[in-house]
Ligand binder design. Structure first.
Ligand SMILES: Cc1ncc(COP(=O)(O)O)c(C=O)c1O
Length: 419
């Protein structure tokens, strides 16, 4: 996989992502692997930080008590459990460091992170450019609450600026405030030219944000490519065990961090230290889990391509994928989520396939240890780039089971389509 990832030469390297040699990539991945075992270990003695549950923090003097109101929210003394605890701070600092960010704000879910990132930047009368392949609830937020606030959202082609398409700057208006990306999209897996979009936005002082849940900081570090804010649903790969809901927004600058933190505070967001602790525990094994999940996903994707029931596999790590050149240029690795388009099947056959699976289960999440397989309906979730693929789209989230067993399960499932 790694060889495929760094061989060909379809796109010129972008300014901020000089082409890496395999050796440089291996060195970085080795460094991250070790760093994951060191980050957020704030306690002396025991290797893990303790779970500090609490609302109240008491002060020893009137000066201290009064100064707390003006203290540095990011690195200063703790003042109140909703804002920060030693456990939540340890995870926030770890995520920020992995992203090369100035700081991170933790939220109770990935969707809360999307919402707080957006709300921190927009006001009535502003215009947002949102990628058409975005996570469905991000679109619902734009069409619901943000519209009610008087913020207009316009959707754009995920491949804006690629293959002769006009660049993102052709969509800018006087009041464009924020451009939101997701690369690859978690339903249809189009890759975006993030460095080009970020550069165009910077010229016009437009803020950029990206949902980087698919890649995790181990696969892609958007801040290094010019992006201002990065959203993570830590619920997925970082948590990794399908037992915690958690999100984060990391920011390029302290000023952006302040805005995100104040928005989270205004809305009363706060993360449970137990959940933050689970996030930290997930980080310890993130690299080894991703190694297994990436490898298994590529093997399954390749195998699916050989099946007559399969029309197309959507996975940017495959050289034939339309997003592969960008993936190869900007990403260090893939993860375990991809799509597969079947030749059209009726609902009864699909139900026979999905309901009879021995290992794959149907569930709305991904990134956990358990493999999931669900139908997707992108047609209903897009507005400017209609999904024209004639077929049945399934999304595969590869867990930690044996690839042999997963392949057999899929083979039996595909056989059931025609039985
Ligand atoms: C791409 C993407 N972003 C954000 C989220 C939201 O994460 P959470 O479920 O933690 O709210 C999801 C959840 O499925 C997702 O797929």
């Amino acid at each position: 996989m790694q060889e495929e990832h760094h061989d060909a030469d379809a796109l010129p390297p972008s300014e901020n992502s000089p082409r890496e040699t395999d050796a440089a990539l291996r060195k970085r991945s080795a460094e991250i692997r070790t760093r994951l075992t060191r980050l957020g270990r704030s306690d002396k003695g025991f290797v893990n930080p303790s779970v500090v549950r609490g609302s109240t923090v008491t002060f020893q003097s009137l000066d201290e008590f009064e100064e707390a109101l003006a203290c540095d929210l990011k690195d200063g003394p703790f003042t109140y459990g909703l804002l920060d605890t030693p456990t939540t701070r340890a995870l926030a600092q770890a995520i920020a460091e992995l992203d090369g960010a100035d700081g991170a704000v933790l939220l109770e879910s990935g969707l809360a992170a999307v919402g707080v990132a957006m709300l921190s930047q927009v006001k009535q009368g502003d215009h947002i450019l949102m990628v058409d392949s975005c996570y469905g609830p991000s679109r619902i937020l734009c069409e619901g609450m943000l519209k009610r606030m008087g913020v207009e959202t316009e959707y754009y082609d995920p491949r804006v600026g690629q293959d002769g398409r006009p660049g993102i700057e052709t969509l800018f208006r006087e009041n464009t405030r924020l451009v939101f990306m997701e690369s690859p999209g978690s339903v249809t897996f189009e890759m975006q030219d993030v460095p080009a979009i970020a550069a165009a936005c910077r010229e016009r002082d437009i803020i950029t944000a990206i949902d980087n849940t698919w890649a995790t900081p181990l696969g892609f570090r958007p801040i290094e490519h010019g992006v201002d804010m990065v959203v993570h649903a830590l619920t997925k790969y970082v948590g990794g065990h399908s037992d915690v809901m958690l999100g984060a927004v990391t920011t390029r600058t302290r000023k952006l961090w302040d805005r995100v933190k104040i928005t989270a505070m205004d809305l009363g967001h706060g993360v449970s230290p137990d959940d933050a602790w689970l996030g930290l525990r997930g980080l310890r094994t993130l690299a080894v889990r991703l190694d297994a999940q990436e490898h298994a996903a590529v093997q399954l994707a390749r195998w699916l391509q050989t099946r007559s029931e399969v029309k197309r596999v959507l996975h940017p790590a495959l050289p034939e994928d339309p997003g592969h050149a960008i993936f190869k240029r900007d990403f260090d690795r893939a993860t375990g989520l991809f799509g597969v388009v079947l030749h059209p099947v009726d609902r009864a056959s699909l139900a026979r396939m999905l309901e009879g699976m021995a290992i794959f289960e149907m569930g709305y999440s991904w990134g956990g240890f358990e493999s999931l397989l669900i139908p997707q309906h992108p047609l209903s979730e897009r507005s400017v780039t209609p999904w024209t693929e004639d077929g049945t789209l399934l999304r595969v989230s590869v867990g930690l089971e044996s690839v042999e067993h997963l392949t057999q399960d899929l083979a039996d499932g595909l056989d059931r389509l025609t039985r």
